[in-house]
Design a protein around this ligand. Structure first.
Ligand code: SF4
Length: 319
């Protein structure tokens, strides 16, 4: 096997992490690199271990996505699973994950294929039983919401053959910052071939986003559809699906060439900003001190690297 190289790449989640806290991005992309090696420095080993932890939001969100992928795979083969059974299976999976996570010895690497939650691993991030309950309820509500969603009605109407993407492939396209080319990775939750063109859907388990955050993310998927799937912009539309809150509503937005240009230039700008801090993007060399910590303490709330971070901003205490 050739040497594994930590070459620069970009994805929407990495962009979000960098915006939230450049130091967190560094821990995730550079501090954890080669942390799987037995003789790796302590910091790299611990950063790698922490990177492998999940948290309650990521965990339930991933399990919901996985569940919907299974439902749509079954639909593709001509069957629609019973919603109550799908909810039950998700609940069983979540219960098993929870037990596995709680029983994993603190401070040890998550066994392959097992979920270990930071809320169990780090006592300072533990939450009460009363706080776990709504997280699990929301995951189950998301699945129920999917079955009565406008998005699923459209998918059924268009038929099993219309499903172009089903959250199963990590794909890439090439972008450039200055004259530096790099891969941009995307995973599209669902894309359907409709009579009006390609409809890109994004499953959301959280509350409806009133900012234009989803437009940027879905705009990136639209750019991918144009560049890699060769769909003309006027034939691409997109919509977030708020599964647990407003699944019956679907706010479909048309893609314009202007949006695609904006998204492409934002990727170039943000990647350029990250690249300006990296010593050697081809060899994966980047120094921690060039990635400052955030000055917003609330950004630390769901950060896996809190126990390694010696410069995190202090929360203001009320007098
Ligand atoms: S603990 Fe806070 S400051 Fe430190 S890496 Fe995480 S988000 Fe950044």
């Amino acid at each position: 096997m050739g040497e594994l190289v930590n070459r620069f790449s970009y994805s929407p989640s990495q962009g979000t992490m960098f915006r939230s806290c450049p130091r967190q991005y560094w821990f995730s992309r550079y501090g954890s690199w080669e942390g799987w090696e037995r003789d790796a420095p302590v910091l790299n080993r611990e950063a790698y271990r922490l990177k492998k932890l999940s948290n309650r939001y990521l965990w339930t969100g991933n399990r919901v996505h996985e569940t919907l992928r299974g439902v749509l795979e079954a639909f593709r083969k001509g069957a629609i699973p019973e919603p109550a059974r799908v909810r039950e299976q998700l609940l069983e999976t979540l219960r098993k994950d929870f037990r596995d996570s709680r029983e994993n010895p603190r401070g040890t690497l998550a066994p392959k294929g097992k979920v270990v939650l930071i809320e169990h691993d780090d006592p300072s991030q533990a939450i009460t039983d009363a706080e776990w309950r709504p997280i699990v309820d929301r995951a189950l509500d998301s699945v129920s919401g999917f079955f009565r969603s406008e998005a699923f009605r459209i998918i059924r109407e268009c038929g099993p053959g219309s499903l172009v993407r089903n959250d199963s492939e990590l794909e890439s396209m090439t972008a450039t910052a200055g004259d530096y080319p790099f891969p941009v990775f995307v995973t599209i939750d669902a894309a359907i071939d409709t009579p009006d063109g390609l409809l890109i859907l994004d499953w959301k388990t959280g509350k409806p986003d009133r900012s234009d955050g989803h437009a940027k993310q879905l705009g990136l998927y639209a750019l991918f559809a144009q560049k890699v799937l060769n769909v003309p912009p006027e034939r691409i539309r997109f919509a977030p699906v708020y599964l647990a809150y407003t699944p019956e509503m679907l706010s479909v937005e048309a893609v314009t060439p202007g949006l695609l240009e904006t998204v492409a230039s934002e990727i170039a700008r943000e990647a350029g900003n990250i690249l300006s801090r990296i010593d050697d993007p081809d060899r994966g060399e980047a120094r921690m001190e060039r990635f400052p910590v955030t000055d917003n303490p609330s950004a630390c709330r769901n950060c896996s690297f809190q126990s390694l971070c010696t410069e995190k901003p202090l929360r203001k205490t009320r007098r």
